[in-house]
Design a binder for this molecule. Structure first.
Ligand SMILES: Cc1cc2nc3c(=O)[nH]c(=O)nc-3n(C[C@H](O)[C@H](O)[C@H](O)COP(=O)(O)OP(=O)(O)OC[C@H]3O[C@@H](n4cnc5c(N)ncnc54)[C@H](O)[C@@H]3O)c2cc1C
Length: 489
């Protein structure tokens, strides 16, 4: 378990009286986890008339969802070109369209009327760290023409007018992308979901589930619940209810800081009003509260107190905007995102009535909303579009070794797609090694006349995995115990 990070939104959450589940309950849908994913599902389900209960082990927005910047873009953490390479243009277009629907869900809910103080504003600028004008033009064409997404190309001088730094070259401006107060949004979602009829219980960790029957059982330390559908939206902290699922995610902690007020100088140096992110996924910033700079930068694959990152955020700001001098960081926050090996979220039905919504990585605002819509509409209306995600199987993220690999790759390249690529290769090598070892062991057992190893009691032996069969791999993650692929319980 990670440590709890203190932040404004968590303090706010602390003031509201929390309700723990202390009595037996029945519902249509039980959602585990009150982050962006769990609450988007709850809101959508309650609005469409289902009875829905959310069980949260800590409090609403405890992890990443209550400690994020609130930038809402179309697409996924996986770069678009890699998505097309993986599944082809047409399929990528369908997924991209769904990701845009997710962003529109956020836009429709994150209004001042619904969530006072949410402060929505338009426009996100993605800047390039290298001079890559020709790549930019083909990207613009692709987004505009093939993916029906409004974007503008900014030449180097336009970027340097908006951002007084020599570090950036061209830019891609998304006028329809937007930002909201990210730390308020999750609490607003909870309030909207409650208003629509969802019941949210905090300080209520789910310790086990029995998903075998039609009515599934969910066990917490103080009460039990029965539901026809369970949605696992616990991200990397899910733990005991389906440990194997958590092990398909590489936890990546991200941190951000907010400076003391910087006065007019800040506006002279940063004239762009929306969020700015660089094309390598290193820096992500925008002006907040009139003249403060909110800046997200370092990431780790181990939990560290965000306060420890104040110094490196400060240095990062100085590297990009030396004219700002030695800024003071007055607030820090952070949380753990769950990154999948393939870089795409985990959305789908593991077995009848058991759903997963996790692995949103660093782009969780639109994608978690999209997951909510897809899952609920499948449960209530039989909409099967979630199956568009089935090429993205649940893959073991490498456990502790994977984290070390992820951190090393992260330090080296700081590009999460690179991390995902090398982890995928790492996993493939590990699998091959494990299969060889299993074959040697079976051979030795045969020679010694002892026969194959018996599984421990309660563990069903399974046949060797069919190569690259997505649906089967997804199902395998829902099985109670694991013998192959080097995954340990
Ligand atoms: C610093 C930072 C900045 C970011 N900025 C952006 C941004 O600008 N735009 C963007 O799109 N994304 C951003 N992200 C990413 C985004 O925050 C995440 O992708 C998203 O919040 C993940 O939501 P989630 O609901 O899957 O997980 P979480 O937020 O981790 O929520 C899961 C919840 O489930 C609960 N839980 C787990 N297991 C159990 C259990 N057994 N029983 C009960 N409860 C359980 C946990 O306590 C937790 O509250 C940022 C992330 C960070 C850290």
């Amino acid at each position: 378990m990670s440590e709890t990070f203190t932040s404004v939104s968590q303090d706010e959450a602390g003031f509201r009286e929390r309700t723990r589940l202390s009595f037996e309950l029945d519902a249509d849908i039980c959602v585990i986890g009150a982050g962006l994913a769990g609450l988007s599902i709850a809101l959508e389900a309650a609005r469409l008339g289902a009875s829905v209960v959310v069980l949260e082990g800590r409090h609403v927005g405890w992890n990443a969802s209550g400690n994020q910047l609130g930038t809402v873009m179309p697409g996924f953490a996986l770069p678009l070109t890699e998505l097309i390479e993986r599944i082809g243009l047409q399929h990528a277009r369908e997924l991209w369209a769904l990701s845009k629907e997710g962003a529109e869900f956020v836009r429709a809910n994150a209004t001042e009327e619904n969530i006072p103080g949410i402060a929505p504003s338009d426009g996100v600028l993605e800047v390039s760290n290298v001079d890559a004008g020709d790549r930019l033009i083909s990207r613009l064409q692709m987004l505009n023409e093939d993916f029906d997404t409004e974007v503008e190309g900014w030449q180097v001088d336009r970027v340097s007018e908006a951002l007084k730094t020599e570090r950036y070259f061209h830019g891609v401006h998304y006028p329809r992308a937007f930002q909201v107060d990210g730390r308020k949004y999750v609490h607003g979602l909870a309030a909207l979901a409650r208003r629509a009829g969802a019941r949210i219980f905090e300080d209520t960790p789910v310790v086990s589930i029995d998903h075998s029957g039609i009515r599934k059982r969910i066990v917490t330390p103080s009460a039990r619940l029965r539901a026809t559908h369970i949605v696992l939206a616990g991200n990397i902290h899910l733990g005991a209810p389906l440990r194997r699922l958590s092990e398909t995610l590489l936890p990546v902690w991200r941190y951000a800081g907010i400076t003391a007020p910087l006065g007019e100088l800040l506006h002279e140096i940063i004239a762009f009003k929306g969020s700015v992110m660089d094309s390598d996924g290193v820096d992500h910033f925008r002006i907040v509260d009139g003249d403060r700079l909110m800046w997200e930068s370092p990431e780790t694959t181990w939990a560290v107190r965000p306060q420890r990152f104040a110094g490196s955020i400060k240095r990062r700001i100085r590297t990009i905007f030396p004219q700002l001098g030695n800024v003071e960081i007055t607030e820090t926050f952070g949380g753990a995102t769950g990154q999948t090996v393939h870089g795409m979220p985990q959305i789908g039905q593991l077995r009848k009535g058991l759903w997963v919504a996790s692995g949103f990585g660093r782009q969780g605002m639109n994608t978690s909303a999209m997951a909510g819509q897809l899952i609920v509409r499948s449960i209530l209306w039989g909409d099967e579009r979630w199956k568009l995600f089935s090429p993205f199987e649940l893959v073991w993220a490498g456990g502790a070794t994977g984290r070390v690999a992820g951190q090393l790759v992260g330090i080296w390249g700081r590009a999460s797609s690179a991390a995902a690529g090398s982890l995928a290769r790492y996993r493939e090598r590990a699998r091959v090694k494990d299969r060889k070892r299993e074959a040697r062991l079976a051979e030795a057992n045969r020679a010694a006349g002892t026969g194959p190893r018996r599984p421990p009691p309660g563990v069903r032996p399974r046949p060797a995995p069919a190569p690259e069969h997505a649906a089967q791999d997804v199902k395998r993650a829902a099985e109670p115990a694991v013998q192959d692929e080097g995954v340990s319980q």
